[in-house]
Design a binder for this molecule. Sequence first.
Ligand SMILES: Cc1cc2nc3c(=O)[nH]c(=O)nc-3n(C[C@H](O)[C@H](O)[C@H](O)COP(=O)(O)OP(=O)(O)OC[C@H]3O[C@@H](n4cnc5c(N)ncnc54)[C@H](O)[C@@H]3O)c2cc1C
Length: 344
Amino acid sequence: MDTILFLSHTEQDGTLPKAGLEALGAAKELAAAVNATLVAGVFGGSTAPAAAQLAGSGAARALAVTGADFADARYASDAAAAEALARAAGATLVLAPATSRLARVLPGVAHRLGGRVDTHGTGVTVQDGAPTITRWFYRQRMEATLKRTQRPWVILLEGGTRPAFKPEGAAPALEAVAVALGDPQKRTKVTGFKAPKSDAQTIRPDAKLLFVAGAGWTKKQADGKPHTDDAEKLILGFLGATKASLGSSKSLVDLSGEGSAVLTFMSHLNQIGQTGATPRHPKGLATCCHGEEPHVVGWRFVNERRAVNLDPNCGWTRGKADVVYIADAFEVMTKVNALLASKQ
Ligand SMILES: Cc1cc2nc3c(=O)[nH]c(=O)nc-3n(C[C@H](O)[C@H](O)[C@H](O)COP(=O)(O)OP(=O)(O)OC[C@H]3O[C@@H](n4cnc5c(N)ncnc54)[C@H](O)[C@@H]3O)c2cc1C
């Protein structure tokens, strides 16, 4: 019989990340389906608030590695904590959220445990009585269903693929697991965070709308000149009013490397597509973007798609968008921003 460990770090306030609650729900369902023992394991600077979120999960034990050494993401301490929790639980299956913190360490932890790891998991089911996962390969172009006989088997589940677990009832008591770390003087020290100002942060995974800007915003327009300054104002105005998330085509973010006029708030992190991100927003609006296949594959989880393009033969009109406005995006977005301003 498998022993399933739900494993997660906590956030700075000691609670579980949202993706952690999703993985917890998956672990609970799987444990019930294969009649396995469920153990919860959490680590972080503080873990007490997470206990309340484990209530009703059915975990036989709730283990915690707690302390200032585990507050910040650092490979050595995160991997040591995850390994200690897996060993203390006697885990044969480990289900964890694919946060950047865990995605970085769990392949190494699986190796230390003599196990196997699968990343990009999107679902956990049971086939022929055995735990089975679905996972993506090739940047979500192929989905596979697979089982493994090797144990321990560590599975990272992508965020946003299932509902978050809703706690119910009394919080379990946390059992402390001790982790010995090496010489603190030799350890990487986290001295602080450098992050863009919150209003300069344009990537908003939880936004209802994805607004994509393509290279057309920097191209010569009808008067024979580019209007990059106007483009910046229109795009930032729209993002400010709607709090939409900003995506880009590859061509637009690559321009900066070629010394061309660019939108200064755009980086490669905004890129959507085959070699970029595949975000999950209910709606998307593409502007000045041609809608070529390597770009549009990044839209596969965007449910309702619209585009504004001057070219009636652009890729969006060929079945890739629900609605295409054949129009000048400068004019359309000026009007849209004015309408948004009149509603505020
Ligand atoms: C292996 C490989 C991987 C790739 N991966 C990616 C990827 O991950 N993501 C990605 O985006 N691309 C990717 N590409 C590149 C992709 O094929 C396209 O070249 C790119 O998406 C084009 O970007 P664009 O539509 O912004 O630019 P362009 O093709 O230059 O299109 C600009 C568009 O703007 C329109 N336009 C101009 N002015 C206006 C206006 N005033 N109003 C309205 N419309 C206007 C034009 O009609 C045109 O359609 C990849 C390519 C390869 C070969």
